[in-house]
Write a protein that binds this ligand. Structure first.
Ligand SMILES: Nc1ncnc2c1ncn2[C@@H]1O[C@H](COP(=O)(O)OP(=O)(O)OP(=O)(O)O)[C@@H](O)[C@H]1O
Ligand SMILES: [Mg+2]
Length: 352
């Protein structure tokens, strides 16, 4: 079962209730007709294992961090789990291999590596229920494809709950539950949800408008994909075809600023892959006002105005962007009466 929906719609909260991290205000979670609220922590741990949105590693070696899931596991079982989590080759390439210390909080590893060690740990445990919260969000396309295969291989044998913004990875799931503002608004199989033309169909259109090649790691956007962006929706086909060609693929590791509040703005960005925080400088430090994902865009004001950035954009995972420079855009804007106003309206709608 997949939980999908916009940022802040309640997916992680639902997983938290499911795994008895929180008590629901109403209703109950049943496992084989037994309320989990009455189960001991030990018996809950025996039936489910979770990979949280920000996995926690403890100080120790990589091997210790994986094997804790099943202390009796042999080295070859640990390696099989690491292979299934697309992290075995990364580990063996390190000078100390499986004996590499992960450092305080896993700090010696990248976010994507930490996430894969946590996935290996969960796969090694092999509990009846596997709960994944954006488990592949920080992974490159090739590693993600491998991990998705490993998860798909559990079908029929294990129950998987997966929260994800990568809708393509759950298209084959038995049931997709769509969240919006703390409520379930749709549920069903991929094809039925697409045909229904609701929120799921809109999210699908957004995420499938962009792609990152598994081999070249270049991001691309199609003319059709651009049409999914509100202010481009009324543009001529040939304008969008030209525009799509002018976007440049850019890649940034986790924890970097794409731009900083107050910087001069020259480019418009579409996120091809990854997650960024939108931060507003405030007294006592920067405050997060939004989180954006695959298919989302930002910085559109730069297309029409030379104006300082009104927020900081920071990458939470490795990110691939499609960037369009104002000079490339200027040449095309003359062909599209009304586009300038449509962008202005989009900007006004976004800023609170
Ligand atoms: N049904 C609900 N009732 C009350 N509060 C809720 C409900 N659903 C979500 N919230 C609140 O909304 C906030 C965001 O929810 P949550 O973190 O679950 O979103 P999410 O869908 O996981 O977002 P993201 O994709 O950014 O991880 C939380 O503070 C949570 O407590
Ligand atoms: Mg969440």
């Amino acid at each position: 079962m997949a939980f999908v929906g916009p940022s802040g719609s309640g997916k992680s909260t639902a997983l938290g209730i499911l795994t008895h991290l929180y008590e629901p205000q109403q209703g109950a979670v049943l496992f084989d007709d037994q309320p989990i609220a009455r189960a001991s922590d030990e018996s809950l741990r025996a039936i489910m294992t979770a990979v949280p949105q920000t996995p926690v590693l403890f100080q120790g070696t990589i091997r210790e961090n994986i094997v804790i899931a099943r202390p009796s596991a042999s080295q070859s079982e640990v390696e099989a789990a690491a292979r299934a989590a697309a992290v075995h080759d990364v580990i063996t390439a390190l000078p100390e291999g499986y004996d590499t210390p992960v450092g305080e909080g896993g700090g010696a590893l990248s976010g994507g590596q930490r996430q894969r060690v946590a996935i290996a740990r969960a796969l090694l445990r092999d509990a009846p229920i596997l709960v994944l919260d954006e488990a592949t969000a920080a992974l490159d396309p090739a590693s993600e494809a491998l991990v998705n295969q490993s998860i798909a291989a559990l079908a029929g044998r294990r129950t998987v709950f997966s929260v994800t913004h990568r809708l393509a990875s759950v298209a084959e799931f038995d049931r997709i539950v769509v969240f919006d503002r703390g409520r379930v608004v749709e549920s069903g199989r991929h094809d039925a949800l697409l045909a229904a033309g609701g929120l799921y169909a809109r999210l699908w259109q957004k995420v499938s408008s962009v792609a990152v090649s598994e081999t070249s790691a270049d991001a691309t956007i199609t003319a059709e994909g651009l049409r999914a962006i509100s202010f481009f929706s009324e543009c001529r086909d040939d304008t969008l075809a030209h525009l799509a060609e002018r976007f440049v693929s850019e890649r940034l590791p986790e924890g970097r600023d794409v731009f900083h509040q107050g910087d001069p703005g020259e480019k418009f960005y579409v996120i091809a892959r990854g997650r960024v925080d939108v931060l507003r400088e405030a007294e006592g430090g920067a405050k997060r006002i939004e989180t954006l994902h695959d298919g989302d865009f930002f910085g559109e004001i730069a297309l029409i105005k030379d104006q300082p950035r009104n927020a900081t954009i920071r990458t939470v995972t490795d990110c691939w962007f499609l960037a369009l420079h104002r000079t490339s855009f200027d040449q095309l804007m003359a062909r599209e009466p009304g586009l300038r106003e449509r962008i202005m309206r989009a900007v006004a709608k976004r800023s609170p």
